[in-house]
Design a protein around this ligand. Structure first.
Ligand code: FSO
Ligand code: SF4
Length: 549
């Protein structure tokens, strides 16, 4: 195996024996082969006109297959070899169906990706050895191809959530196909691939905008909310991941059953949406970010649902091992999957019945945290914010969005938030917030110093807020605003957030705790020279640097 797609890649160069995330080599190989299979489908499908996609029998379900397969390969999403093998077989069937239906490639017509066959697990493992990341020899080309693919994985994750709520945009999937096909095209130069990376960012903005529309259109605009971090006295179901469509169905199905529902990690923003927070049995947020699950699931007592990543393989003998369910792209061997019914709904009755037999959660924290500062809520406070900037009460905003992770060096973000001057405000989104969302950071004239917009995809809200401030202050360039970007990354959704910010013209983003291992020195140099991308240093030095001291 060779995988270097996340921030925890071994030695920041790549996992080769087993994943730091717990991914076994066989699983990594199957994920590589699934991506390879998608490239074949993409070559056949990239030219399909938009109109044709709705009424073509062969194409039905292919958009979903592509996005869901990309999502399956996102870090910590799916560890289930059998399930991934099923997807590979499905992918080959789709490829053959497209060929039989008369689809002809516009490029790469002789490529192995259009004809290879594998049926058994052994054949898949053998095939995977020659098509993985290292099969691209030139390290710059490899870096740009993988940067594109990781951006697509993040984009696919966001697209899938929007799609689950009935919001689609075929142009986004068409771009995914073009980009996937391009990663096999040896005629493309390094410059072409740099342009492809930037275009990926542009479509990343589109995917995030679509998801924002889906979430706010379905559940209303997030509003300021105090979220309980203690527990109630009923048994509970804990929901992790990012899918709000699963969340609403579970809330409806648990209403009146005596079962409480809790959010974990990236599900916290559920509490901010008017049409979700109205459920009285949505009791609180239990615990912290994804990597704390091994201890927090032990004390929760009730069943847990993973609607997406981030899954941490349980320790042998973990008490919750038999109580975890997965759905969508998430999967873990031995954990039961909640399937989608023909009408698009899901039946959570097994989880609910299990919860009834469980003890209530053990309280691990008490009090509340505040959030819900997505674009409309911040726009509603715009006058206050603008006055505070004009009066000098707010000197600077810090965008500290992104992911949390296990590395002890991520303490940097806690210290950074804690040591920022008191006349600064942090704008956050994603699970990165758990490094500082329980600190007593106070407020500035009633504006909390930590404004949580929501999940990592809600970084889109932070971009809209920046654009709004640019308009209010009549500036020409978003980089003239008193906003600094100190972003933490872990997996591929953070990659698309980064590329999206670059495509919106944001410069001088600091990225940590380490720069991605998949950036070759040349590609890193391009990002540094054109966009001012930088890593992080010490808390003291960085605060001085950002504050212009
Ligand atoms: Fe975190 Fe995991 Fe949302 Fe990621 S829970 S790390 S970037 O999946 O998607 O922020
Ligand atoms: Fe390693 Fe990250 Fe890949 Fe897991 S996802 S194998 S930790 S690089």
């Amino acid at each position: 195996m060779f995988c270097y797609q996340c921030q925890e890649a071994a030695n920041n160069t790549g996992c080769t024996v087993a994943g730091v995330c717990g991914k076994q080599p066989e699983t990594a190989n199957l994920q590589d082969l699934l991506i390879y299979t998608l490239k074949g489908i993409s070559i056949l499908r990239e030219g399909h006109p938009l109109e044709h996609r709705d009424d073509c029998e062969i194409c039905k379900g292919v958009d979903y297959f592509i996005t869901n397969s990309l999502f399956i390969t996102v870090t910590n999403s799916n560890f289930d070899d059998e399930a991934i093998a099923v997807e590979i077989r499905k992918g080959l069937e789709i490829r053959e169906g497209l060929k039989e239906g008369g689809c002809v490639p516009n490029r790469l017509a002789d490529h192995d990706v259009l004809t290879f066959t594998v049926a058994t697990m052994e054949e898949m493992q053998a095939k995977a050895l020659s098509i993985g990341v290292l099969s691209t020899e030139n390290e710059d080309v490899r870096s740009l191809r993988e940067l594109t693919i990781y951006g697509l994985k993040g984009m696919a994750a966001y697209y899938e959530h929007a799609n689950n709520l009935g919001y689609k945009k075929k142009e986004i999937v068409m771009f995914m196909e073009k980009a996937l096909a391009s990663t096999l095209d040896d005629t493309l130069s390094v410059d072409d691939l740099v342009a492809l990376v930037l275009e990926t960012g542009k479509f990343g903005v589109e995917a995030m905008a679509l998801l924002d529309k889906a979430n706010t259109g379905t559940f209303g605009n997030p509003e300021i909310t105090n979220v309980n971090i203690g527990v109630g006295t009923n048994p509970g179901i804990l929901v992790s991941g990012h899918d709000l469509n699963d969340m609403v169905q579970l809330l409806e199905q648990t209403e009146g059953t005596g079962i409480d529902v809790y959010t974990h990690s990236e599900m916290l923003p559920t509490h901010y949406y008017p049409k979700l927070k109205k459920f009285k049995h949505l009791v609180g947020n239990y615990g912290n970010s994804w990597w704390k699950q091994r201890e927090e699931f032990e004390t929760f007592n009730g069943p847990i649902i993973f609607t997406t990543n981030c899954i941490v393989p349980p320790k042998v003998g973990a008490s919750y091992d038999g109580k975890v369910f997965t759905t969508n792209a998430a999967g873990y061997p031995g954990w039961e999957r909640i399937a989608v019914n023909a009408d698009g709904t899901k039946n959570f009755s097994k989880v609910i019945e299990m919860a009834k037999t469980c003890k209530p959660p053990i309280q691990i924290e008490e009090g509340s945290i505040v959030g819900g500062f997505a674009h409309e809520q911040v726009f509603a406070l715009a006058d206050k914010v603008v006055d505070a900037v004009k009066s000098g009460a707010i000197k600077k905003f810090f965008v500290m969005a992104g992911c949390d992770g296990r590395m002890p060096s991520r303490d940097y973000y806690t210290k950074f938030a804690d040591n920022l001057p008191k006349d600064t405000v942090i704008l956050t989104a994603g699970c990165a917030k758990y490094r500082y969302n329980k600190l007593a950071l106070g407020d500035i004239g009633g504006i909390p110093r930590l404004l949580d917009a929501g999940q990592c995809n809600d970084s889109y809200s932070l971009a809209l807020i920046a654009l709004k401030l640019k308009e209010v202050f009549e500036l020409n360039d978003v980089n003239e605003l008193p906003i600094a970007y100190n972003i933490a990354w872990y997996e591929q959704k953070a990659v698309i957030v980064l590329l999206a910010l670059l495509s919106l013209g944001v410069k001088n983003i600091h990225l940590g705790p380490t720069l991605p291992g998949f950036l070759s020195p040349t590609v890193a140099d391009v990002l540094v020279k054109n966009f001012g991308i930088a890593g992080i240093g010490s808390v003291e030095d960085d605060i001085k640097l950002f504050m212009g001291e």
